[in-house]
Structures are given as structure tokens and as C-alpha cells.
Design a binder for this molecule. Structure first.
Ligand code: G4P
Ligand code: NA
Ligand code: NA
Length: 192
């Protein structure tokens, strides 16, 4: 997606070896116009999949996921990372190990908000090691749903996430695919 790649080139900052900081439009400050274009692009790519619901993880997945759900005219549910006061015990949980932070978190979805038989589209801001998407897959499976694919805003193809999902035949649509960081610059995979 050209608009997104241009924005990454303009505003993205490479941090260390393998992290891209995009807090001016995605991870802290959010650009609603760009998020709307992203949501429309995901909706277009998954148009034939009869999606019933969009699933993401708080917090940075929510902005692109909300616009995707709007464009598909379906509900969005985001997995919570912390148990909220009002969450019931009737929920699905999955472990998500963060290689970056070297800690395991739980993600949680109330059973009322994901129904057996539904066709689910997963959305996330980054695909790095794939652990967040794996956690969502685990929950979607436990709930007896079908995952139609994963819409990823920014994929880092040099990390292991894609392989993990390919092994499970999960369709991935990534809008910007980063091949490498070279001397603080972003190198994209050629667009298909
Ligand atoms: P994984 O889900 O692909 O396995 O990701 P990993 O454990 O490597 O990363 C943990 C957190 O860091 C995730 O956010 C993930 O989205 C984010 N992340 C991974 N690579 C990058 C990157 O290059 N740039 C930025 N900005 N973030 C990256 P999270 O902890 O779930 O946080 P939240 O922002 O969604 O609240
Ligand atoms: Na995320
Ligand atoms: Na994040």
C-alpha cells in the first residue's frame, strides 16, 4: 500500500536492529484518515470472505481494526491484556509470549463476544514474531470459529511471524512489508 509505505518513509524511525517506531500515526498519535484508508484496503482484500467479526488485541490493533470493521459493516472485539473489573469468568484466554519484552501475557475475550461458527478476520498493527496473532488464533479455535485470515498493517519479513502462520495455512494480507533495516533506513519487499 503506497500511501502507507510513503508515510513510513516520512515518519518512521528505526530503533536499534529491528524495531520501527511509528508513534506519530499508529502507536501513540493516530492518523484517522490513514487508518480509514487502511480499513478500506483490508475490507477490499477480504471482501469475498463473508467476515462476521473482526478480532484484534489492545491497544495498537484497535485503530486499524475499528476502520476495518466499519468498512465491512461487522462488529469488532479486541482481546484484553488485563482482566477488567467487569469481565466475567466466562472467557477464552491465550498466552502471548513477547520476545521483545521477554514476558508472557494473557489475552482474554469474553465468550459473549465471539460465537461458534463465526468467520473471523484478525487484525494487528505489527507482525514480528507472530505471537499476538497466534494467541488470537488459539482463542478463535477454542471458540469454534473459522479464521479467514490476518490483516497486518506492518510486517517485518525478516522475523519469524510469517513462517509460524504459513505453517498453519493462515492467509496473511500485510499492507507494508519490511525486508530489512539498513543504516537506519527502511527497505520494503517489492509489492506483489
Ligand atoms: P509478536 O506479537 O509479533 O510476537 O510481537 P513481539 O512479541 O515481537 O512484540 C511485542 C510488542 O511489540 C507488540 O505490541 C508488537 O505489536 C510490538 N512490535 C513488534 N515489532 C515492532 C516494531 O518494529 N515497532 C513497533 N512500534 N512495535 C513493534 P504490544 O506489546 O502488543 O503493544 P501494543 O502497542 O499493541 O499495546
Ligand atoms: Na500490537
Ligand atoms: Na504495538
Amino acid at each position: 500500500m503506497q500511501l502507507l509505505e510513503q508515510r513510513i518513509q516520512k515518519n518512521g524511525k528505526v530503533i536499534g536492529e529491528d524495531v520501527l517506531k511509528v508513534d506519530t500515526f499508529l502507536n501513540h498519535q493516530v492518523d484517522p484518515q490513514l487508518m480509514q484508508a487502511i480499513g478500506q484496503e483490508f475490507a477490499h482484500r477480504f471482501a469475498d470472505e463473508k467476515v462476521d467479526r473482526v478480532l484484534t488485541v489492545e491497544s495498537s490493533g484497535i485503530a486499524p481494526a475499528v476502520f476495518t470493521a466499519l468498512a465491512l459493516n461487522v462488529p469488532l472485539v479486541f482481546a484484553r491484556k488485563k482482566k477488567s473489573l467487569t469481565l466475567t469468568d466466562d472467557n477464552y484466554q491465550a498466552d502471548v509470549y513477547s520476545f521483545t519484552k521477554q514476558e508472557t501475557n494473557h489475552i482474554i475475550v469474553d465468550k459473549r463476544f465471539i460465537q461458534p461458527g463465526e468467520r473471523i478476520l484478525l487484525i494487528d498493527d505489527f507482525l514480528a514474531n507472530g505471537q499476538a496473532v497466534q494467541g488470537m488464533l488459539d482463542i478463535a479455535k477454542a471458540a469454534g470459529t473459522t479464521v479467514v485470515g490476518a490483516g497486518i498493517v506492518i510486517e517485518k519479513t525478516f522475523q519469524r511471524g510469517r513462517t509460524l502462520l504459513d505453517d498453519q495455512q493462515v492467509r496473511i494480507e500485510a499492507l507494508a512489508r519490511i525486508k530489512a533495516f539498513e543504516n537506519g533506513h527502511v527497505v520494503f519487499e517489492p509489492e506483489a
